[in-house]
Write a protein that binds this ligand. Structure first.
Ligand SMILES: CC(=O)N[C@H]1[C@@H](OP(=O)(O)O)O[C@H](CO)[C@@H](O)[C@@H]1O
Length: 384
């Protein structure tokens, strides 16, 4: 049996980090989110994957190629416009015969769930799980192991904590059902609407799942998920680490990393490939992406440093919580985020980054400046 994995979306709430990469390519535990999904699908013994790609698809296709590194055949279907999760599934219709699974490319689940769904389960079926913030998802109404309905992202309070976990089993008739489903008010054809139609017509299995289910909705979720993944998969230290550097548990460093003398890496930290850390640096609970540079004496906490970004000497990212962060017009209070430094951004020396700062990609900040709030990409911030 094959799996279609949906990875065409952008992830608008994760800007600026999704300005140059799709959400499924954001790293947690030093691997793209989508790689955790692909690896679990391969471990579950499926016969092949069709990745549905769209936004910034080259990043995905270059990384995964034909799947050789993961021991599973990977092909691609392109969703040219993002017209909903149902529409995304329609793109695989001429690449998959018989029954198949559908998975979200941006939600991490265990291989055993994928194996169960591919095993002795009658199609159509949907995995359901309990989460803390159900109103972010599709809330399911079930009767024993039968799905009655899905209430997609309802206004609070959510009627139940059990949600559509985003792992489905379908037969070929799903394509016709999606075709018959009316687009929603934003013009999208969605899988939950198709499932609700199937549930009204007959039996849709609801398969209970209690294992790992990890999602990244907001920028700060990346740090929590990074920690969870490091907990589960363990951490490896690769690269050239100065003997006087102190590396805590739950710190993962990729190949080509360099860490200078007397630096301290505290728990929950990942350093991407070829990241360079100077001397006397303190990093705690941070995702430092590939090719980033953190200069001598910098202290950075609860933050995400984009690819090829530079943090100058003695610069500090104070750490969370931030009183408020505004993302896409939405105000969030008491946010566990020290800051986000976009890809290719450059912070000078002695810069103070106040809690909750989000600096756009390609921006530059002069020496001795203090920055806060959300700063657009390609901004030049002078001192003062
Ligand atoms: C339109 C749609 O497909 N909604 C799904 C989907 O949400 P998105 O926010 O679209 O990724 O994945 C959720 C989690 O798997 C599921 O709960 C929900 O019902």
């Amino acid at each position: 049996m094959k799996a279609a994995i949906l990875a065409a979306g952008e992830g608008r709430r994760l800007r600026p980090l999704t300005n140059r990469r799709p959400k499924p390519m954001l790293p947690v535990g030093n691997r793209p989110i989508l790689e955790h999904v692909v690896a679990a699908t391969a471990a579950a013994g499926l016969d092949g994957i069709v990745l549905v790609v769209g936004y910034e698809r080259d990043r995905i296709q270059t990384h995964f190629g034909d799947g050789d590194d993961w021991d599973i055949d990977i092909e691609y279907a392109v969703q040219k416009r993002q017209l909903g999760t149902g529409h995304a599934v329609q793109q695989v219709s001429d690449r998959i015969d018989g029954e198949f699974l559908v998975l979200n490319g941006d939600r991490i689940v265990n291989a055993d769930l994928i194996e169960r769904m591919a095993g002795d389960v009658a199609a159509p079926a949907v995995a359901v799980t309990r989460v803390d913030q159900p109103q972010r998802y599709g809330i399911v109404d079930t009767d024993g192991d039968r799905l009655r309905d899905i209430d997609e992202k309802p206004a609070e309070p959510a009627p139940s904590e059990v949600i559509n976990a985003g792992v489905y089993r379908f037969s070929q008739s799903v394509f016709e059902t999606i075709e018959r489903t009316d687009p929603d008010e934003s013009g999208e054809r969605t899988l939950p609407d198709a499932l609700a139609a199937m549930a009204a017509d007959g039996d849709v299995r609801a398969v209970r799942y209690r294992g790992t289910w990890l999602d990244v909705t907001q920028l700060w979720d990346l740090l929590a998920t990074n920690n969870d993944v490091l907990d589960r998969q363990g951490a490896t230290t690769r690269g050239d680490i100065a003997p006087s550097a102190a590396i805590a548990d739950r710190v993962d460093t990729a190949s080509g990393v360099a860490v200078g003398p007397n630096s301290t890496l505290k728990r929950g930290t990942t350093l991407g490939a070829n990241a360079t850390i100077g001397a006397n640096v303190v990093i705690s609970n941070a995702i430092v992406m590939a090719d980033a540079t953190i200069a001598d004496g910098a202290v950075i906490r609860d933050c995400i440093i984009g690819e090829n970004a530079t943090v100058g000497p003695n610069t500090t990212i104070t750490g969370g919580p931030a009183k408020q962060v505004v993302i896409d017009g939405e105000v969030h209070a008491e946010v566990p985020l020290g800051g986000v430094i976009g890809d290719n951004a450059t912070l000078g020396g002695n810069v103070s980054v106040l809690p909750g700062t989000v600096l756009g990609d390609g921006s530059t900040v002069a020496d001795n400046a203090t920055i806060s709030g959300t700063i657009e990409p390609d901004t030049e911030v002078r001192r003062g």
